[in-house]
Design a protein. Structure first.
Length: 427
């Protein structure tokens, strides 16, 4: 059982009262003290506070003084009783082992400034989606954040057509079936549907982690990806690009061609290689290295500079090509590959407008010219595919910064069977 008393411990004429908490635990007596914000005068506390009887007033002035004193007693006693009740309740809610002077002062501070109750998290899916994005905005890459937003806008259109407001607990097998039907109706590609389902599941898993109720079927919802054709530039393709007659290229296309070769021998994303400068290169023992921080992963990365990259730097007096926008790069590399006659028909996916001037684009998989399928990511994929089996996979992963060997193999379209075949080289 704990008790609380109050003391005037200052030498000043006016001061805040000192609170003292006394209790016995495990046959040991404890006393802790801390300051309140209840201010009184030394004279009042020592001479007036505990008075219960007062002399009969002689006049109105003395009567008013006595009444003021009674009012002061009521005010101070009320405040001290409230503080005492608050401290005793706090004491009874914890193990006495945690109590010390700091704990006591914190409880007094809480009395005057109660902690704000956390606002209840929304259970409506789209409202929680906004909360999820706010939590993640400083944790995930800008591109990933945009992808989550794309899925959010798809959900908004789905709710509008279905005339419903999805709750987090509604994300179950039935939702998956209806959502897939909706996406197929509007010609979304299977892998796009899988990506969106995975994003929705991630949001709901975040809600579950924060204590919100989710469907028992949530963990069983599977986003099934279809294995697509992995488009990359072989060493022969890259040689054809290198050997393009300079007369066939404008300055912009020549600049783009050099970036394409650089990307194919550094394995980096456009968000990284388009930022390369000569200042990122350092030389040790006659070997050149590129050192930079990946934008997507925020990882400090060091990669060897391939001789093909050194040739381009030599051509440009030690400088990298000048940077261009992602959109221009994606457009120009198609032209570069067309000039290099990489026009063989290849199965792949392209964004195609669903109807003339509709402004709605969907991925369509069929046979296209290879040059029409290249995008800014093809350099990274080409490096991983071309050097797989030549350079140890662990070394490749160190350059590409994939999080695991399984992720790397999936990226280049290799299966466990392919890995087993490669192992025969070491028998």
């Amino acid at each position: 059982m704990a008790t609380v008393n109050f003391l005037y411990r200052s030498t000043k004429e006016k001061a805040n009262l000192h609170l003292r908490l006394l209790y016995r635990f495990n046959e040991t007596d404890f006393v802790f003290g801390a300051n309140t914000k209840c201010e009184v005068s030394k004279n009042y506390w020592n001479d007036e506070h505990k008075k219960t009887t007062f002399k009969k007033p002689k006049d109105v002035i003395e009567s008013n003084i006595i009444q003021d004193l009674k009012d002061k007693q009521i005010e101070v006693n009320s405040e001290l009783n409230n503080i005492e009740k608050h401290i005793i309740n706090a004491f009874n809610s914890v193990n006495p082992d945690v109590i010390n002077k700091e704990w006591l002062q914190t409880q007094i501070d809480y009395y005057y400034n109660p902690p704000q109750k956390a606002e209840a998290l929304p259970t409506e899916l789209l409202k929680y989606y906004d909360y999820f994005l706010d939590c993640k905005k400083n944790e995930i890459a800008e591109g990933t954040y945009r992808k989550y937003n794309v899925t959010k806008h798809l959900l908004q259109r789905y709710e509008l057509e279905k005339k419903t407001k999805l709750q987090i607990i509604d994300i179950n097998d039935s939702f998956k079936v209806e959502f897939e039907k909706y996406c197929i109706k509007y010609k979304y590609a299977p892998n796009t549907i899988a990506k969106d389902l995975r994003a929705i599941k991630s949001v709901c898993s975040h809600a579950k982690y924060n204590g919100l109720e989710t469907s028992y079927q949530l963990e069983k919802i599977k986003a099934v990806y279809q294995k697509g054709t992995k488009i990359y530039l072989s060493f022969e393709d890259l040689e054809a690009i290198e050997k393009i007659d300079p007369k066939k290229l404008t300055e912009s296309l020549d600049n783009t061609k050099d970036w394409l070769i650089i990307s194919a021998y550094t394995a980096q994303r456009i968000s990284d290689f388009m930022r390369f400068t000569d200042k990122m290169i350092r030389t040790e023992d006659g070997q050149s290295f590129l050192e930079f921080t990946q934008k997507k992963t925020d990882k400090l990365t060091t990669i060897p500079v391939h001789p093909k990259v050194l040739e381009i730097l030599k051509k440009r007096n030690g400088m990298f090509p000048y940077a261009i926008s992602d959109q221009k790069y994606n457009d120009y590399i198609k032209t570069v590959c067309e000039i290099a006659e990489l026009t063989e028909m290849t199965k792949g996916s392209k964004m195609i407008e669903t109807a003339p001037e509709s402004g709605i684009f969907r991925k369509v998989t069929k046979m296209y010219r290879k040059c029409d399928l290249v995008t800014s990511h093809i350099g990274r994929k080409s490096f991983a595919s071309n050097f797989y089996g030549t350079i140890p996979t662990s070394h490749l992963i160190n350059i590409t910064n994939h999080s695991s060997e399984g992720q790397f193999l999936a990226y280049i379209g290799k299966s466990n069977k392919d890995l087993a075949k490669e192992t025969f080289k070491y028998f």
